[in-house]
Design a protein around this ligand. Structure first.
Ligand SMILES: Cc1cc2nc3c(=O)[nH]c(=O)nc-3n(C[C@H](O)[C@H](O)[C@H](O)COP(=O)(O)OP(=O)(O)OC[C@H]3O[C@@H](n4cnc5c(N)ncnc54)[C@H](O)[C@@H]3O)c2cc1C
Ligand code: SF4
Length: 334
């Protein structure tokens, strides 16, 4: 492992000034931000990540959850996953987000993990996490052994011939359904990126996972105001009931009116190279009665184009049942 300096900035302004001058954020960059460390330090111990320097951002004033004037919510980049999941407003108005976070990792990990770190957590593909193997995401152009190897947990949607790794985050699935916006500050100023555009498909460049550029710091995430009367939930299917990543998961936000679906947003995890959403599947539900056949139709649409690998064909049916059941649960609660 390369040596690195652990930098603890004397004040927040110094940290922001430092990131303006430095190559940061994109994987492989020389200087990296350290938040909870539960992804980055983990991967450094495996020699998968070898940053030259770390900048500890934990003392930046980015740890607040605040109501916005429009009724939405502003979530600071260093808000701990546990604090976000247990926040009264989140539990009441954005239940799928609270449930998604609590379905992930362990209490100890959630106490360390942060909003921005969770957005940037990396795949659990076994070849990515072991430098003894080639991996296009870790070493571009070296190959993808997962395509003909162990791929039971990997993606069936959004894959390419270069990478089939899935996005492992539970929180990001809820953020996708909630249509969150990621706020970024970098050397070119500030910008706001809808979550749907934040993560990139692997295509020919699987090493590039998000739109972050060198020097970009995520400052916060915003959520739109909650829809009145909405029922929201997160359903996670996995090999065991705790401390396990999703095989398929679904976040649903559903509003019923007059016995019909008035508005619905949903996203799926465990199956895509990024949190997966289909506006076509949502449109197929709106205005319809909450019946099994309608939910099944939406499930067929969101799974359209799925490309199972040698070990994960079961995910197609599992994912359909996951979203159909999540929709049924939300409709019956509404
Ligand atoms: C054993 C184990 C089990 C887990 N199980 C689950 C699970 O079931 N579901 C799930 O969703 N997750 C799971 N996780 C992943 C966990 O949620 C993530 O590790 C965590 O959310 C990462 O947050 P962090 O603050 O620790 O990130 P860090 O490790 O500090 O950072 C991660 C990445 O983000 C970058 N970064 C951090 N903050 C910023 C910022 N503000 N701006 C720009 N870049 C930044 C870092 O440089 C790094 O590249 C598990 C992790 C472990 C170790
Ligand atoms: S699926 Fe992606 S992360 Fe896994 S070995 Fe292939 S290129 Fe690497």
């Amino acid at each position: 492992m390369k040596t690195f300096d652990f930098l603890r900035p004397p004040d927040p302004a110094a940290a922001i000034a430092a990131q303006g001058r430095s190559k940061t954020s994109q994987q492989g960059a020389e200087i990296r931000f350290l938040a909870g460390g539960t992804t980055l330090v983990d991967l450094m111990k495996l020699n998968v990540e070898t940053p030259g320097q770390l900048v500890d951002i934990n003392r930046l004033p980015l740890d607040k959850i605040e109501r916005l004037p429009d009724g939405g919510l502003k979530i600071g980049a260093t808000v701990r996953n546990s604090a976000l999941a247990q926040h009264d407003v989140v539990k009441k108005d954005y239940a799928c987000l609270s449930q998604a976070i609590l379905a992930g990792a362990s209490a100890q990990l959630r106490n360390r993990a942060t909003t921005a770190g969770n957005l940037l957590q990396r795949t659990r593909c076994v070849y990515f996490r072991d430098p003894a193997f080639p991996c296009n995401k870790r070493v571009p152009g070296s190959g993808c052994p997962a395509i003909e190897g162990h791929n039971r947990n990997l993606a069936i949607l959004g894959t390419s011939t270069h990478c089939i790794a899935n996005n492992p985050s539970d929180m990001c699935v809820a953020l996708a359904a909630l249509e969150a916006v990621v706020h970024i500050e970098g050397s070119k100023g500030k910008r706001a990126v809808p979550i749907a555009d934040f993560h990139l498909l692997p295509g020919e460049t699987p090493e590039r996972e998000t739109v972050l550029e060198p020097g970009d710091l995520i400052t916060h995430v915003t959520l739109p105001p909650p829809s009145p009367g909405a029922k929201s939930l997160y359903l996670k299917l996995r090999d065991r009931a705790s401390y396990e990543f999703a095989l398929a998961s679904a976040a649903v936000i559903l509003v019923m009116e007059g016995g019909r679906v008035q508005r619905v947003r949903f996203a799926m995890g465990g199956i895509g190279t990024k949190p997966w959403r289909s506006s076509e599947a949502e449109a197929a539900l709106e205005g319809q009665a909450p019946e099994a056949a309608t939910f099944q139709r939406a499930a067929e649409i969101i799974l359209r184009g799925a490309k199972p690998q040698s070990e994960n064909g079961f995910k197609v049916e599992l994912a359909k049942r996951c979203i159909a059941h999540a929709l049924k649960l939300a409709a019956s609660a509404a």
